[in-house]
Design a protein around this ligand. Structure first.
Ligand SMILES: Nc1ncnc2c1ncn2[C@@H]1O[C@H](COP(=O)(O)OP(=O)(O)OP(=O)(O)O)[C@@H](O)[C@H]1O
Ligand SMILES: [Mg+2]
Length: 380
């Protein structure tokens, strides 16, 4: 059983000139967002040196999943619906005390391993992917962002912290009840090295699986010493610096498992589904983040928001995207993930969409989102 990449990262390249990612291209780009109608000479072309990765509103709309920032030329111009306005107020209210930051972190450009490689961070970025609302794309985003980053040369670990074990399934990892899992790490003090396995489909990609045992962990953790910090301690002991990214997939709750993920991570990525109820509960999530930040993990910051399941045919999706951008600012990735059948089919084949159908709109969008994360980076 492979238990992760070896110590150190000898393949790290020295500083080389900044490399722009090769952006996604293709016909399916047109399905992904308000830029769908782009028919100019650049439509479908791989962007070169465009502003997609920066804090800018001048990116080209033809990119897969690109949604212009609030007020952009292609922004929907129709009247706003009542619910979207309500959401605006909700977000404004819940965010007034929230700390949201997006500072560019230092990255080392990759080199010597092919053109498709993206820069890798100087230190391991531990990114918690959380939203207590169910079915918003936490697992899908964890798995596909991880797959994309790994396919572009990064060493990536996905920690499955959901008793449903969906991330383990999607990565093709065995997670029946007897498999050593994250439950054993949290409850039985097993070392991470004992449970981490390589994903079969994609080199550089590893998984700490979850089994159904984890369903009992919320209760069992209550009586444990340092119950909120057990994942952090396990990750510290594991020497995560052998990885470039650790992505922690959370269950749909704000219980002790998610709190462990918030204490264990340095960055928080919140997937937001582009639908009416998407913003409900965000206030509670942000307040939980603030509490964790104040008492348990001062390093935690909301660094990335990813709009998921975007349906370009509905005005509501555009309005939700617009509202989220207006209130969260530049932590919202320019790329949005379109609703795509191929994305939802992939897990049943034990695959990410990145390998199941690399040319699909969903795969291209996740690739673009991962490139934004790799290039632009996010704050500690
Ligand atoms: N872009 C997409 N297009 C189509 N279907 C999607 C997309 N993203 C996610 N789905 C589907 O939506 C459902 C919920 O997604 P996912 O499991 O990633 O959400 P989640 O937030 O992890 O859910 P949970 O809260 O239960 O853990 C899944 O069936 C998934 O296949
Ligand atoms: Mg999930």
């Amino acid at each position: 059983m492979s238990t992760g990449p070896g110590p150190g990262r000898p393949d790290r390249a020295e500083e080389t000139p900044h490399v722009q990612p090769s952006g996604p291209a293709g016909d399916e780009a047109a399905q992904a967002g308000p830029g769908a109608g782009a028919t100019g000479p650049e439509a479908g072309a791989a962007p070169s040196g465009h502003a997609m990765w920066g804090n800018t509103t001048s990116g080209t709309a033809e990119n897969v999943g690109y949604v212009p920032t609030n007020g952009g030329a292609a922004a929907p111009s129709g009247p706003r619906n009542g619910p979207a306005q309500g959401e605006s107020e909700l977000v404004r209210e819940v965010l007034k005390d929230a700390e949201v930051s997006r500072e560019t972190i230092a990255t080392k450009p990759a080199g010597g391993r092919g053109q498709k490689e993206w820069p890798r961070p100087d230190h391991c970025r531990i990114i918690t992917i959380a939203n207590q609302k169910g079915g918003v794309g936490k697992t899908t985003s964890s798995v596909n962002l991880a797959a994309s980053l790994a396919m572009h040369g990064a060493q990536v670990l996905v920690v499955d912290l959901d008793p449903q074990g969906n991330a383990s399934t999607a990565l093709g990892i065995d997670h029946h009840a007897d498999v050593p899992s994250i439950y054993d790490v949290l409850i039985e003090d097993l070392a991470m090295a004992e449970i981490v396995v390589a994903a079969p489909e994609i080199p550089n990609l590893y998984c700490a699986p979850a089994t159904l045992n984890l369903a009992g962990a919320e209760i069992e953790l209550v009586s444990k010493v340092a119950r909120e910090s057990r994942l952090r301690r396990a990750l510290d002991a594991y020497d995560t610096d052998r990885f470039d990214y650790v992505l922690i997939d959370c269950p749909p709750s704000l219980g002790l498992l998610t709190v462990n993920a918030l204490v264990g991570g340095d960055e928080l990525l919140i997937p937001i589904q582009c639908e009416y109820y998407a913003l409900e509960g965000l206030g509670q999530l942000i307040r939980t983040v603030d509490l964790v930040k104040a008492h348990l993990n001062p390093k935690l910051n909301v660094t990335t928001i990813l709009l998921t399941m975007y349906d370009a045919r509905t005005r509501l999706a555009a309005q939700v995207a617009e509202d989220v951008r207006a209130h969260f600012g530049d932590v919202v990735l320019n790329t949005v993930i379109p609703r795509s059948v191929r994305v939802s089919e992939a897990p049943s084949y034990g695959q990410s969409v990145m390998t199941y159908d690399p040319g699909s709109s969903g795969a291209l969008a996740y690739d673009a989102a991962a490139a934004e994360m790799a290039y632009q980076g996010a704050a500690k």
